[in-house]
Design a protein around this ligand. Sequence first.
Ligand code: PEP
Length: 253
Amino acid sequence: MPRRLFIAGNWKMNTNAAEAVKLAKAVVEKLGKVQEMDIAVCPPFVYLAQVAAAVAGSRIAVGAQNCFYENNGAFTGEISAAMLKDVGCRYVILGHSERRHVIGEMDELINRKVLKALSDGLDVILAVGELLAERDAGTTLEVVSRQVKRGTEGVGKAEMARVTIAYEPVWAIGTGRTATPQQAQEVHAMIRSLLAALYGNELAQQIRIQYGGSVKASNAKELLACPDIDGALVGGASLKAEEFAGIVAGGMK
Ligand code: PEP
């Protein structure tokens, strides 16, 4: 069975409450009935409930941008997977490069979050990707393999079916510099063969691998046409409903 494309908008630390609801409603208006692919928006924590209400009844799902690995307790400032479920999230992004490189999250911490999110019923978007220096040093495949392997350590086959990998070269995030379809496809194919080695070919063929890094309406079509690119994790361009809709249009057959 061909993989369904999955386009997710990562709003990062943007919008206020009114803007978040307005953007969510505009996304619903443009994309709320799209059957051909899966679409999600990932607003900041504090607007999740309002955005979930705004997209209710449409085909747009809601995701969070992070979560913690404990249920509750003395973890000031953290948010649990159960809390995210409670406010209507289906997905959570974990291991985003801004969390790895700005906040300092390591593979082991990300892995604990992945395991907890999956066991609490959230579907995970696990983001991986190399720094420019790592690409220049020729270590892209090594870095990305390590992030995928360590990030998914201990995840069983049944739960792995609820993981999407987002390949996001750090040098392409928010820079306007997109990986070429060939550069992206090469890494996506490598990730899929790694998944096949870890989980068997049948499951590896089902797991979706999104590309992320300056995806916009004008470059989505050629990226999404690559055989191992199964969607996009979109930052900046997801803040404009029109542009986000243009990316979805790029994935239509
Ligand atoms: C992202 O935040 O995951 C991302 C890819 O950002 P941008 O599309 O702005 O490069």
